[in-house]
Ligand binder design. Structure first.
Ligand code: MOS
Length: 686
C-alpha cells in the first residue's frame, strides 16, 4: 500500500504487533541467557536517613550460588557524570528509605533474591523529615524549573488587579505523589567484551543518553558502549534517563566477569526510578463580571530530595493558556528526605492543569457562566507571556467539537440537578495543552540493488507505535509502498537521535527520517544521512503546542459514594496525525492515566518509616479496565505550516493534561462537593 500525505494517516497496525503478541519481541531481561549468566538483586535501605556502617557479605557468600556482594566499600569507583542518582554504591550516606545500599550477584535469580533478603546490613539511623507542608522550613527558590524555565514570572500588577476585580477566586489545590508504573519494570542485561567494550540491553526511553552517561561512569569512549533496546514496555518518563539498574548491572558484570541480568522489582521502582512530586498550588483569579480575567496568580510548593534537585514546572503552562494583563507564577521546593522526584507523563502541565482548570470551573460557577464559554472568552490573540503568535491554536475548536460530541449542556452549572434513582449524574470539562518540542536527530536512508529502502535511526519505541509512524513517514517521503521500506531503531550503532520524551520523539525523529528520505529520492543517491539541527534552529518565533478539551460524565451513588466514570470525550488539535490508530491509543492512554490520577493513584507517605507505604500494584491502584467506561476520542484536522519537518506536534502527554480536572469538575456538578485534593475518595462526596 502507498502512503499519501494526509492530515490524518491510515490506522495501520504496529509493525511489531505479531512479534509482540507471540512473545517473540524481546525485552532487556530476555537476552543472553546462558550457563555463565549471573543475576543481580538490589538491597535497599529500611532507614530514611543515616549511613551504612557494615555489610556482612561473608554471611551470604557461604552459599555456593552467591558470587559477589557489592557495597560502598568494595564497589568499583565510578566517574562523575553530574547525576548523583547514578553514583551508586559510592558512599555510605542514605538520603531516603528505599535507596539502594548493596547488590547481590548469584548464579540464579532465586539465590540472589534470597541472599539479598538475608544480607546483614548495619545502619546508623538519623531523624528524617518526609512530609510536605505549604510553609516547610526548607522552602527555597530553585534557579530554574524543568527543563530550563524561569522559576517565577510576573507581568503587570497582579495583586492590585486581583483586589480591584469584582469577582475573585482564591483557592488551594493539592496533589499527592504519583508513581510511574510502566508494564515492563526497569531492567538491564550487561555484558563486557574482551576488548573492554560494554554491551547493554537496557529498558530505556533513549539509548543515546544511556550510552553517553555509562561511558562517563565507566571511563570509556562512547564508541565502546553499545545500547540495544528494540522493544521497551513503557516508561512514562521514568526511563528518560539511565536508572541505577543499568549502572549496577554493568558494575556487577565487570566485577564477576559474567553477563549479568538485573530487574528492578515493582516494589523497588517506587523509590528508585523517580515519581511525580506532590504539589500544593494556590490559585487566585480576578475577573470582570462577564468572565474576562484581569489577574492570574499560580503559586506552587512541591518537594525535591536532598540527593538531587528536581523542580517540576507546575505553573509554567499557566503563563500562556489564557489572556489576562496581570499575572504571576512561582515555584518553591521543600528539600525532604524522600526519593528523587522526576518526570512522569506531562510533568508540570498535568498537576498544574488539574489545579488551574479546577479553578476555572469554580470561577464559572461563581460567575454563573457556562465553563466552556468562560474559556472561550479568555482566549488570547497571541501568547500572553511572550507576545509571540501561535503557530496554530485550536483550543476553541476542541471545546466546541467536544461539547457537540459529548452532548454538553451549554448553561451555567447547577449541581445536584441530574439523577437516576440513587445516582447523581454530573458532567465536567477542562482544557488541555502540551508544548511542542523538538530535538535534533540524524537518520540514514539507503537503497539496495533490489530497490528496497532501509531507514536507520536510534529512535525508541516505548510502546507508542513510533516505529510504525516512522515507517509511514519514510514511505511517504520516498514515495514508495510501505513494503519497500525497512525501518531500524533501538540501537546506539544507528544514527543518533534523542529520547522518547517530552512528546517530541516521533516529531523529532520523523523530521530527520523525512529529510533523509526526501533527499535520497531527489538526489537519486544510494545512501543519505540527514541531520535536523539547522532546520530546528531556523524555526521561527512562534508558540507551538497541542491543545485539547476533555469532557467527563460521572455518576456518584448517594448512599455509598461509589464514583463511576461511564464516559469521557477528548478532542485534540495536535497537528498532523501520522497513524490514526496508534495516535488514538496515545490519547486513550493519557486520558486513562488522568482518570487514574483523579480517582485512584495515591502515593501515601508514612511519616514514621519515612517511605511511601503503598509500593506495589495491590495497594497503589492504577486504573484497570473496569474503572474505565467509554472513551470517545477525536481530533481537529490541523495544518500548521510553522511546525517544520513532517508537520506533527506531540500526542503522548496531552491526554493526561486536564483529565483529572474534568473529573473533579464533573464530581462537583453531580454532588455540589468541590474536591481540591486528589485523588477523590468516596468519603469526600458523601
Ligand atoms: Mo515524558 S514524562 O517527557 O517521558
Amino acid at each position: 500500500m502507498t502512503v499519501t500525505k494526509a492530515l490524518t494517516g491510515p490506522p495501520l497496525t504496529r509493525d511489531e504487533a505479531i512479534e509482540k503478541v507471540t512473545g517473540k519481541a524481546r525485552y532487556a531481561y530476555e537476552y543472553h541467557s546462558q550457563p555463565d549468566t549471573a543475576y543481580a538483586w538490589i538491597v535497599t535501605s529500611p532507614v530514611a536517613k543515616g549511613r551504612v556502617l557494615t555489610v556482612d557479605a561473608d554471611h551470604v557468600l557461604r552459599s555456593d550460588d552467591v558470587i559477589a556482594v557489592l557495597w560502598h566499600e568494595n564497589a568499583p569507583h565510578l566517574g562523575d557524570v553530574g547525576d548523583p542518582t547514578l553514583a551508586v554504591l559510592q558512599s555510605p550516606e542514605i538520603a531516603y528509605r528505599g535507596q539502594l545500599v548493596a547488590l547481590v550477584v548469584a548464579k540464579t535469580p532465586e539465590a540472589a533474591r534470597e541472599a539479598a533478603a538475608q544480607l546483614p546490613v548495619e545502619y546508623e539511623e538519623l531523624a528524617h523529615d518526609v512530609v510536605l507542608t505549604p510553609d516547610h522550613a526548607s522552602l527555597y527558590k530553585p534557579e530554574k524549573v524543568n527543563p530550563a524555565f524561569e522559576t517565577d514570572t510576573e507581568q503587570g500588577d497582579p495583586d492590585r488587579a486581583f483586589d480591584a476585580s469584582p469577582v475573585q477566586l482564591d483557592q488551594t489545590y493539592s496533589t499527592v505523589a504519583l508513581h510511574n508504573n510502566p508494564m515492563e519494570p526497569h531492567a538491564t542485561t550487561a555484558i563486557w567484551g574482551e576488548n573492554g567494550s560494554l554491551t547493554l540491553y537496557d529498558s530505556n526511553q533513549g539509548g543515546g543518553v544511556v550510552q553517553q552517561l555509562l561511558a562517563g561512569l565507566f571511563e570509556l569512549e562512547k564508541s565502546q558502549v553499545h545500547v540495544i533496546n528494540p522493544h521497551v514496555g513503557g516508561g512514562f518518563g521514568s526511563k528518560g534517563m539511565p536508572r541505577p539498574n543499568v549502572v549496577l548491572a554493568a558494575m556487577a558484570a565487570k566485577v564477576t566477569g559474567r553477563p549479568v541480568k538485573l530487574a528492578v522489582t515493582r516494589q523497588q521502582m517506587f523509590s528508585l526510578v523517580g515519581y511525580r512530586t506532590p504539589t500544593i498550588q494556590r490559585i487566585r483569579l480576578g475577573a470582570e463580571a462577564d468572565g474576562r480575567l484581569n489577574a492570574i496568580m499560580h503559586e506552587v510548593v512541591e518537594q525535591t530530595s536532598t540527593v538531587k534537585e528536581f523542580a517540576e514546572q507546575t505553573a509554567v503552562a499557566t503563563r500562556m493558556i489564557y489572556a489576562a494583563p496581570h499575572r504571576r507564577t512561582s515555584h518553591r521546593l521543600a528539600r525532604l528526605d524522600v526519593p528523587v522526584p522526576s518526570w512522569m507523563r506531562a510533568p508540570g502541565e498535568c498537576p498544574g492543569f488539574y489545579a488551574f482548570e479546577s479553578a476555572m470551573d469554580e470561577l464559572a460557577v461563581e460567575l454563573g457562566v457556562d465553563p466552556v464559554e468562560l474559556r472561550i472568552r479568555n482566549e488570547p490573540e497571541v501568547d500572553p507571556e511572550t507576545g509571540n503568535p501561535f503557530s496554530s491554536r485550536n483550543l476553541v475548536a476542541c471545546l466546541r467539537e467536544g461539547a457537540r460530541r459529548f452532548g454538553w449542556r451549554s448553561e451555567p452549572r447547577a449541581p445536584r440537578n441530574h439523577r437516576e434513582g440513587r445516582w447523581l449524574i454530573g458532567a465536567g470539562v477542562a482544557a488541555s495543552f502540551y508544548p511542542t518540542y523538538q530535538m535534533p536527530a540524524s537518520a540514514t536512508a539507503s537503497v539496495d540493488e533490489n530497490d528496497h529502502y532501509t531507514v536507520d535511526i536510534n529512535a525508541t519505541d516505548i510502546g507508542t507505535g513510533a516505529r510504525t509512524a516512522l515507517h509511514q513517514l519514510a514511505a511517504e517521503a520516498l514515495e514508495v509502498p510501505l513494503e519497500q521500506v525497512t525501518v531500524r531503531i533501538g540501537d546506539s550503532d544507528l544514527p543518533a537521535a534523542g529520547i522518547a520524551g517530552g512528546s517530541m520523539g516521533t516529531r523529532s525523529w520523523g523530521w530527520a527520517v523525512t529529510k533523509a528520505c526526501r533527499q535520497l529520492r531527489e538526489e537519486g543517491a544510494k545512501s543519505v544521512t540527514a541531520n535536523t539541527k539547522k532546520d530546528i534552529e531556523a524555526l521561527g518565533e512562534y508558540t507551538r503546542g497541542s491543545y485539547g478539551a476533555q469532557f467527563v460524565e460521572v455518576r456518584v451513588n448517594q448512599d455509598t459514594g461509589e464514583l463511576r466514570v461511564p464516559r469521557m470525550t477528548g478532542i485534540f488539535a495536535a497537528g498532523r496525525i501520522v497513524n490514526a490508530s496508534t495516535a488514538r491509543s496515545q490519547f486513550i492512554g493519557g486520558m486513562t492515566m488522568g482518570l487514574s490520577m483523579a480517582l485512584h493513584e495515591e502515593g501515601l507517605i508514612d511519616p514514621v518509616f519515612g517511605d511511601y507505604a503503598n509500593h506495589d500494584l495491590a495497594s497503589y491502584h492504577v486504573a484497570g479496565c473496569a474503572d474505565v467506561g467509554a472513551l470517545d476520542i477525536g481530533w481537529i484536522e490541523e495544518a500548521d505550516e510553522h511546525l517544520g519537518g513532517a508537520g506533527t506536534k506531540g500526542i503522548g502527554e496531552i491526554g493526561i493534561v486536564g483529565t483529572a480536572a474534568a473529573v473533579a469538575n464533573a464530581v462537583f456538578d453531580a454532588t455540589g462537593v468541590r474536591v481540591r485534593e486528589l485523588p477523590i475518595h468516596l468519603e469526600d462526596v458523601l
